[in-house]
Design a protein around this ligand. Structure first.
Ligand SMILES: Nc1ncnc2c1ncn2[C@@H]1O[C@H](COP(=O)(O)OP(=O)(O)OP(=O)(O)O)[C@@H](O)[C@H]1O
Ligand SMILES: [Mg+2]
Length: 400
């Protein structure tokens, strides 16, 4: 019995089935080789962490050391310090093991330090602890950044900071970012930082504004939906390989288009279908497909409803109006402002500002659109009952 190849509810690890992103992978690998800091931005659940897991796996195969620090649970400087300290300790452990496998151990020049508890000399890295938390943070970051140089070997290190926008939450004035920037600026050619984040307006403030700490200090890289062609071959291959079932291409395309290529929703659908087909050992009837897709849409309708309930009423109104009319080129036209939103210019302006800041909408060349394709879908079908929803899904699967 094989394991379900469509992984959901957690990031995909290295060597687990992962769809495409070849272009992004080569870009990131190249960036790592030349010590170029990159910031990967996307809306939630587009696969940032999964993508970086693939890169880290590849780098480790080449003998790199890697360290991932998730800042999702860090809400103060002290917790940042603790996360980085934990990371540094684990790095040291892994480096010790790696060192034994490395050739040319004679070239190592680790420092001789005294163990503060036992007063026994031990080989290790200098890691004193100044009292102030900012100093401690700077200290531990410097240790991590200098790790490859200090090891005296040819080892490279890739540091990933996931949910990096939390740094701005911890210090809304943005001073912490300058600390990260100044430490990263001192890096040698064997260290590279990758920053990941999902709240794009926060990250954009940290990167794109001329006064921002990371302005021109990192290369921004956006992640888009998965390409249709690659999803089709990924899904076909996985079903063939694990269940020996051939899924018609047109059906895969139909599902892809319903979910707008949203990586999480698409993978979720196939994960559910795979589990059903694994049990029955045959291609499930269309009704099962429809039921599965409807189940996901209903679930996500509740999810986005809960998420959007924190928006002011005016912003919610404009969101719905954009969903119904996108792309909206002329937002202040009579048709949109008065007829679709029923608002005065000032209220519309502040609603748009909130929606842009919350990453709910984005401005494209053709006009304003909903940022998240899955949210676009649930907004489009928000008034449908289950039966209408099933008809909507069935028509799209059969149409493709
Ligand atoms: N390349 C891919 N191939 C297959 N599935 C993918 C891919 N990328 C993402 N997914 C699906 O999307 C889900 C979310 O991925 P991941 O957690 O990496 O996204 P994220 O952008 O880091 O999310 P968050 O913003 O919540 O941190 C995965 O569990 C998987 O189901
Ligand atoms: Mg993530």
């Amino acid at each position: 019995m094989s394991a379900n190849p469509f992984i959901v509810q957690r990031p995909i690890k290295y060597s687990e089935p992962f769809c495409n992103r070849q272009q992004e992978m080569s870009r990131l690998e190249m960036a790592a080789e030349r010590s170029e800091a990159v910031c990967i931005l996307s809306i939630r659940r587009f696969g940032k962490t999964s993508l970086v897991n693939q890169i880290l796996g590849r780098l480790e195969e080449k003998g790199w050391l890697t360290l991932s620090v998730d800042l999702a649970g860090c809400f103060c400087i002290d917790s940042l310090v603790r996360e980085f300290e934990k990371g540094l300790y684990s790095l040291r452990g892994r480096w010790q093991r790696l060192k034994e496998d490395l050739k040319g151990v004679a070239r190592l020049r680790p420092q001789l330090t005294l163990d503060p508890l036992s007063s026994q000399p031990s080989l290790g890295f200098d890691f004193s602890r100044p009292a102030g938390e900012i100093e401690r943070l700077k200290n531990v970051l410097e240790e991590i950044v200098a790790f490859p140089e200090k090891s005296g070997t040819d080892v490279h290190l890739c540091l990933v900071l996931d949910e990096f926008q939390n740094v701005r939450r911890i210090d809304p004035k943005g001073r912490l970012e300058w600390l990260f920037r100044s430490v990263f600026q001192e890096r040698g050619g064997k260290f590279v930082p990758f920053l990941l984040g999902s709240e794009r307006h926060l990250l954009q403030m940290m990167i794109y504004e001329e006064s921002a700490a990371f302005f021109k200090g990192v290369t921004p890289m956006g992640l888009d939906v998965l390409p249709e062609k690659e999803v089709v071959s990924f899904v076909r291959d996985q079903f063939l390989k694990t269940l020996d079932i051939t899924i018609p291409k047109a059906r895969i395309t139909g599902i892809y288009r319903i979910f707008g290529g949203h990586p999480y929703a698409v993978n979720w659908f196939w994960s559910e279908l795979w589990a059903l087909e694994e049990r029955s050992k045959e291609t499930e009837p269309l009704d099962t497909w429809v039921e599965t897709a409807v189940g996901i849409i209903l679930n996500q309708r509740d999810y986005y409803q809960a998420l959007n309930s924190r928006l002011p009423i005016g912003a919610r109104k404009v969101l719905l109006a954009i969903a119904a009319n996108e792309p909206v080129k002329k937002v202040f036209s009579r048709d949109f402002m008065v007829k679709a939103c029923g608002m005065a210019q000032g209220s519309l302006q502040s609603a748009l500002k909130i929606l842009l800041e919350e990453d709910e909408i984005k401005k494209t060349r053709d006009g304003y659109i909903i940022s998240d394709p899955l949210e676009r879908l649930v907004l489009a079908v928000r008034d449908m009952d289950e039966e209408q929803l099933a008809e909507f899904v069935r028509a799209r699967i059969s149409q493709a």
